[in-house]
Design a protein. Structure first.
Length: 486
């Protein structure tokens, strides 16, 4: 049993993080890139130790976890490349102009600077990629912010050991002491969030837990940014033409998407909109029944899934297409459940049916007209994703639907499935509340670094006092946008 972090230990961690903030943030991008690469190399080297630990604490397979660790180190190296490019600094030089149209203009220079120590709350469903060394940690370190990582209680031994690997790698590569630390305990996380030395926080988890933490961050005497990924339904809309074109293929693809990883993905599709009289009930049910049992991450999540499953299946007007198992014994695992209802019932019971079920359950919703389809789309709250399955020759008819969905989702997909989130420059993994607490930002992809930077403008500042990226001689060699007369 790993003990929770004491108040005294937390105070030491926060003090060291605050002391590390200035020297760590002042490092040249190339130096921080070297540190991130060192961490990635160390985690790859420790795979034979870390993956078995993850298996023992998560009920996930060796193949899944090995791939996830590869994704984790890929993300670290991806942010190292972002640092080497230097564009994230957005160095902008607006030279003084005595002849400016609105009157003499001073010399103005703007750059992105690290926000300060960041508190990261690790997730349970990705023990590597969204946990100790995950995207929040990688992007915060890349931004130049020390990280205090609050470990998830679902995999404490893995969290502690992963943290040790990271700290050892950073120390060996010359990072300031206090650049990274792991702490444990629910109260520890809350206490850290209220501490003035923490300047921002990131979270992946449930809506109630994330909202409680968001409120704490907002109610501090000096509120701080809280970037929470909370809950998402990830609806899929199928047009009549797509149904006619490839109905059987869509049925199999949907079941694969919602049941994969036992439905324990934040992008799992929870609702499938099909035209009334779709004729796919038997194919959907058969594909669902063919999925074997899968243990959920832990007993707490299994219990929560059973409760939500019971609530959804008891809604009047909802019928079972394929009744998966959800036994009381979490060790036996669960098989997927697929339900069906009408758009009318969905709209009448939106509170029960338009809430994420974390686990292998999904609902097929039939609609009778385009207007009814649009009514369901308009009833949705914020989502990470929204998907439209359409035929190739009907793109001009989809403008109204996509216009509604882009207001309610951070990623709009056409003819694909929402599970699978590629770390890349154009990825947006964030959306309107409750999917995230700030739809302007992403937690996956290179733009995730923006969460932990703040812009500062220097006016008429002598060259020797300017940050390196804003100097005329540009010692870091980063891209500069220069405006005004030479």
């Amino acid at each position: 049993m790993i003990p929770e972090t004491t108040h005294e230990e937390l105070d030491t961690v926060l003090t060291r993080a605050a002391e590390a903030a200035e020297p760590f943030g002042a490092l040249a991008p190339a130096d921080r890139a070297r540190l991130l690469n060192a961490v990635a190399d160390a985690l790859d080297a420790a795979a034979a130790e870390l993956v078995p630990l993850a298996i023992s604490e998560s009920n996930l397979s060796e193949g899944r976890l090995t791939g996830e660790l590869k994704r984790t180190t890929f993300q670290l190296r991806m942010f190292a490349e972002v640092l080497d490019e230097g564009r994230y600094l957005e160095a902008t030089i607006d030279r003084a102009d005595p002849d400016f149209a609105l009157g003499p203009k001073p010399d103005l220079r703007r750059v992105q600077l690290p926000i300060g120590p960041v508190l990261v709350f690790a997730a349970s469903n990705f023990p590597f990629a969204f946990s100790v060394a995950g995207g929040d940690t990688a992007s915060a370190l890349a931004a130049g912010c020390p990280v205090v990582l609050k470990a998830h209680p679902g995999h404490p031994e893995l969290s502690v050991r992963t943290g040790e690997v990271i700290v050892e790698a950073l120390r060996a590569a010359g990072a300031p002491e206090g650049t990274f630390a792991v702490v444990l305990g629910v109260e520890t996380g809350t206490r850290a969030l209220t501490d003035e030395r923490v300047k921002a926080a990131a979270f992946t988890g449930s809506v109630p837990g994330g909202r409680a933490l968001f409120d704490i961050a907002a109610q501090r005497p000096k509120p701080i940014p809280f970037f929470g990924e909370l809950g998402s339904l990830n609806p899929v809309f199928v047009t009549p033409a797509a149904l006619e074109e490839r109905g059987a293929e869509l049925a199999q693809g949907y079941v694969t998407s919602f049941s994969g990883n036992a439905g324990q993905l934040c992008t799992k599709p929870g609702v499938l909109l099909l035209p009334a009289g779709h004729g796919l009930a038997e194919e959907l049910a058969a594909a669902t029944r063919n999925v074997g049992p899968h243990r959920l991450l832990n007993e707490r999540l299994h219990g929560g899934y059973c409760d939500r499953r019971a609530a959804v299946t008891s809604v009047p007007g909802v019928r079972v297409l394929a009744e998966g198992s959800a036994p009381g014994d979490a060790a036996e695992g669960a098989t997927p459940t697929l339900l069906e209802t009408s758009a009318e019932t969905l709209l009448a019971h939106r509170d029960e049916l338009l809430e994420e079920v974390f686990g292998p359950l999904s609902v097929v919703v039939t609609y009778g007209s385009e207007e009814e389809l649009l009514a369901v789309a308009a009833a949705l709250e914020g989502n990470l994703t929204a998907t439209v399955q359409h035929a190739a020759d009907e793109t001009t008819d989809l403008a109204r639907l996509l216009g509604v969905l882009r207001e309610r989702a951070g990623r709009v997909l056409c003819n694909g499935w929402p599970t699978g989130v590629s770390p890349s420059p154009a990825m947006q993994h964030g959306g309107p509340y409750p999917s995230t607490t700030d739809a302007r930002f992403t937690s996956v992809g290179t733009a995730a670094i923006d969460r932990f930077l703040r812009p500062v403008t220097f006016q008429n500042t002598p060259q020797e006092l300017l940050p390196q990226p804003l100097r005329d001689d540009n010692p870091w060699g980063v891209p500069q946008a220069v405006h005004g007369p030479r």
